[in-house]
Design a binder for this molecule. Structure first.
Ligand SMILES: [Zn+2]
Length: 281
């Protein structure tokens, strides 16, 4: 397993500052990007530079893990998320989907809300060869082929909602909204939350026990209590990650069983998913 850290920086600002090494910008097509692996000897220097100049230079951060096929096949349980596509800011809200506020919080969590009725979406924004999409508001849209596979394999722990095509205002049979319905309890220690694993950006104000929000993002492997695993093929944590900002919303972390992983892998559907190995404790 290899971890890849992806820092998006303001290149012009970086170049003005002492301690910056232009060689860190190793992607000539995207000079605002510093991409390093956990094994790169430059990593501590990069982190220190970003920590000192954080507000001026750091735009955003993401990280990902790369596994060997063998590591993936040996896991018991997987955390998964569809890749965030389409890349625009489109979400159900933009196209008129209705939501109901279920809790108002004075903190960064904002208004915790629940979708009411069908998801309304412009489905021609979805790539026809893809099977899973995540909107910026954490809504999961899946293809009919994905739904059929779940039904055929009898994979438990999820349900499907209608998607209403924005242009025709009719329910489409090509796309469905995926709801993970089985709960597996809260993420357990030693799961860690934050913006980044180095603590460059403080994240404490994004933790809210009242709304059960554990932090702005997960920055370690996900650990769950084996005794609270619902013995389904899909499950979600009861605590949420994220924060509310414009279209962004906090959401649970999603898990799938090895049986589900194998079913999707055999059909080539894992290409639309970001997958990390999770652990029982
Ligand atoms: Zn809150």
């Amino acid at each position: 397993m290899k971890t890849i850290y992806d820092f998006r920086v303001f290149e012009d600002e970086c170049r003005k500052l002492n301690g910056f090494n232009p060689k860190w910008l190793n992607d000539s097509k995207n000079p605002y990007r510093i991409k390093v692996t956990s094994k790169d000897p430059e990593l501590p220097k990069i982190v220190e530079f970003l920590r000192v100049h954080q507000n001026k230079v750091l735009a955003s951060f993401s990280m990902g893990k790369k596994y060997s096929e063998k590591e993936l096949q040996l896991a018991d349980v997987y955390q998964f998320s569809p890749f965030r596509r389409p890349r625009t800011d489109d979400s159900g809200e933009v196209f008129g989907t209705k939501y109901k506020t279920i809790k108002k919080c004075g903190k960064s969590c904002g208004n915790i809300r629940r979708q009411v009725g069908d998801l309304i979406f412009k489905t021609n924004l979805l790539n026809k060869t893809g099977h899973l999409f995540l909107t910026i508001a954490e809504e999961i849209i899946v293809s009919d082929a994905f739904r059929e596979l779940v039904v055929k394999e009898n994979l438990a722990g999820c349900s499907f909602g209608n998607v209403v095509e924005y242009n025709t205002k009719k329910v489409t049979r090509d796309w469905f909204q995926l709801f993970v319905t089985a709960d597996t309890g809260r993420a357990q220690s030693p799961t860690k939350f934050g913006f980044d694993p180095f603590g460059i950006q403080p994240a404490d104000k994004y933790i809210c026990p009242d709304c059960d929000i554990s932090g702005p993002g997960i920055i370690s492997d996900l650990y769950i209590d084996r005794s609270s695993w619902p013995n389904t093929d899909f499950a979600r944590t009861t605590d949420l990650v994220g924060y509310q900002l414009e279209l962004l919303n906090p959401s649970p972390l999603y898990l799938m069983s090895r049986r589900a992983y194998n079913a999707f892998s055999n059909q080539g559907l894992t290409k639309d998913l970001y997958i990390e190995i999770a652990h029982f404790v």
